[in-house]
Design a protein around this ligand. Structure first.
Ligand code: ADP
Length: 632
């Protein structure tokens, strides 16, 4: 007897003792493994004609024996060698096992067993072991394609497993479950009832593209009263894949169910995109935009890509080249007859036909997202909450080459609407005389002193709330021929901007001595102190000059040490003063009479500006001392 690897053993124990309410999914898992094995053999024969296989012979059979309490899943797929048996069923080399255990424990305590409940087993693809939720013993008889001998793997659970030669005849795999005895709370005998089995196959595995056969007993009574029983083999699933069926015959509900089963989501997708293209390359595709991000979406573990079929044979599970990076959250299948398939999976990646398909799909995904935004905003909002960050990264990635594709999908909080809006909506609502699209940093632009003149002029201001937003704006530079402009800018292009500018220049000359003094007092904390042309009711604000903004600086500081390059990524701060404000007047009179006091005022004004900008004070203790001295 061989021991399981530690991780496998734990997982197995978890399955054996599971009180998980969706135990029935074990059947789907085993059927889907069988289907994969058939796919692998079909692929082999497609790429090596000498395999000499007739695809129509490939099938899955489900057999049951009520007396022996066994359920058997049989396929004539690729099979496994003794080494593969060992590797595949003795070891779980998957990352994410820990996360899986946590999720399962969570599902077991919270699961209310309705159909919308999370399918934890499916999400993590720990398929084969799920057999131990219903079986006390499992045997796997298998013969690999092209091999001379067959092997049997058997295990009664966590103690270990055995592998021995066996007398199986044909290529393929036969998995037998010896079902657990029924208990007060659980009936395992239901998995021996043909009608129950058929219902489960229909529910979870209808989309499998190979026939799933079962035998049914039929009893006829003849006129004379005598009854005959005969056995008929039936194909239980519908075989023709859903994406090949005409749109008119497939409801949204059908698509949703297919999506949830195939991509292990518990939620309906936010959108289904069906493509049937003829031309340079003909293909059919069924794509889905998930309504939430998978638990590992923003990690390295997440593998993007679409499932690629050629003439009904699955050739690649996650073909990343079919999707641009910015839409990596899209799931789905693509089926084409036009791939040159006498090439290996590696070279397939560079196939020209794939690029044509990818370009087409990119357009479709984009237009569907835009349609959602315009026509079904609540849904779009869900997508945005799940993948908005991805779309922003998309603008920044690939040297900005996707920015035109993505710019009208972006949303920012509008100060006027108090909700998220797209850039097009902003532009559509711009009154005559507004030159720029304005944005400010922070959740509430209305609280930001330098946004005041823009808002007073009756112009909306978009709020940037994420560290990436600033980079996104810099990358976009404009939208619909309207330049994007930070409210920190010295040129806000407001109706009274020119007058203000002349006025400010006059004041700067008038107070030059005071401004120089202030700059000195701040001892290098800021690059400049100046009279502001944009302040109305507030005494001060903090802006920056040059390319790096405070937000960029914050972003770079937040990066791990190794990637930090703060030297060149420090913002040049500018302290702007409102010459009409009483606080400035107080500073001015202190400057004329008591330079020490004036220096304290300058520091306080600087601290105030930092506070309003949401920037770090640097030296909070000295701020407290200064305020304290004023109170005293
Ligand atoms: P997964 O299917 O997610 O890889 P499983 O635990 O369900 O994980 O299966 C482990 C591996 O065992 C599979 O990847 C496959 O290589 C092999 N396997 C399982 N069932 C079969 C089968 N019916 N025929 C051939 N190989 C199989």
């Amino acid at each position: 007897m061989k021991q399981f690897q530690t991780e496998s053993k734990r997982l197995l124990e978890l399955m054996i003792n599971s009180i998980y309410t969706h135990k029935e999914i074990f059947l789907r898992e085993l059927i889907s493994n069988a289907s994969d094995a058939l796919d692998k053999l079909a692929f082999l024969s497609l790429t090596n004609p000498e395999v000499g296989l007739d695809r129509s012979d490939l099938r899955i059979r489900i057999a049951y024996d009520a007396d022996a309490r066994t359920l058997t899943i049989i396929d004539n797929g690729i099979g496994m060698t003794a080494e593969e048996l060992e590797e595949n069923l003795g070891v779980i080399a998957k990352s994410g096992t820990l996360a899986f255990r946590e999720k399962l424990a969570q599902a077991e305590t919270t699961d209310d067993s309705d159909d919308g409940a999370t399918d934890v087993i499916g999400q993590f693809g720990v398929g084969f072991y799920s057999a131990f939720m219903v079986a006390e013993r499992v045997t796997v008889k298998t013969k690999a394609f092209g091999a001379d001998s067959a092997y049997e793997w058997s295990s009664s659970g966590a103690d270990g497993y055995e592998i021995a030669p066996c007398g199986k005849l044909g290529t393929g795999t036969e998995i037998t479950l010896f079902l657990k005895p029924d208990s007060d709370d659980e009936s395992y005998s239901e998995y021996l009832e043909p009608f129950r089995l058929r219902a489960l196959i229909k529910k979870y595995s209808d989309y499998i593209r190979f026939p799933i056969e079962m035998e049914f007993e039929h009893t006829h009574s003849e006129d004379g009263g005598e009854s005959h029983t005969h056995v008929e083999t039936e194909v239980v699933n519908s075989i023709v894949p859903i994406w090949q069926r005409p749109k008119s015959q497939v409801s949204d509900e059908d698509c949703y169910r297919f999506y949830k089963d195939k991509f292990y989501d518990s939620e309906d997708p936010a959108a289904v995109i069906r493509v049937s293209a003829e031309g340079l390359v003909s293909f059919k595709a069924m794509l889905f935009v998930p309504a939430s991000a998978p638990y590992n979406y923003y990690t390295r573990e997440y593998q993007p890509g679409l499932q690629l079929y050629s003439s009904g044979v699955m050739v690649m599970d996650k073909c990343a080249d079919l999707l641009p990076e910015c839409f990596r959250f899209v799931r789905g299948v693509v089926d084409t007859q036009d791939l040159s398939l006498n090439i290996s999976r590696e070279t397939l990646q560079h196939d020209r036909q794939l690029r044509v398909i990818a370009q087409n799909l990119e357009k479709r995904v984009k237009s569907e997202l835009k349609r959602l935004m315009d026509e079904d905003f609540d849904r779009y909002l869900k997508v945005w909450n799940a993948f908005g960050l991805q779309l922003k990264y998309g603008v920044l990635g690939e040297f900005g080459s996707k920015k035109d594709l993505l710019s009208d999908l972006l949303m920012f909080r509008s100060t006027r609407e108090k909700s998220l809006i797209g850039l097009q909506k902003y532009v559509d609502a711009m009154p005559d005389g507004q030159k720029f699209i304005y944005y400010a940093f922070g959740e509430n632009a209305e609280r930001l002193p330098q946004a005041e003149p823009v808002l007073d002029a009756g112009f909306d201001v978009l709020c940037l709330t994420e560290d990436t937003d600033d980079f996104v704006m810099q990358m976009l530079t404009s939208f619909a021929e309207k330049e994007l402009r930070s409210v920190n800018s010295d040129d806000l292009g407001l109706p009274d901007s020119d007058d203000r500018k002349a006025e400010t220049e006059k004041l700067e000359t008038e107070f030059k001595e005071l401004l120089d003094f202030a700059l000195d007092s701040l001892d290098g904390s800021v690059a400049a102190v100046k009279i502001s042309g944009k302040l109305r009711s507030a005494p001060v604000c903090l802006t920056t000059q040059g390319y790096v903004t405070l937000e960029m600086e914050r972003y770079f500081k937040s990066l791990p040490q190794a990637e930090r390059n703060t030297g060149s990524m420090t913002a040049e701060r500018v302290l702007e003063l409102n010459a009409e404000h009483p606080e400035f007047l107080a500073l001015k009179s202190a400057f004329d009479s008591d330079r020490e006091k004036a220096a304290v005022y300058v520091k306080l004004l600087h601290f105030q500006a930092l506070l309003i900008a949401g920037a770090e004070l640097g030296d909070p203790a000295s701020y407290a001392d200064l305020v304290g001295s004023l109170i005293a």
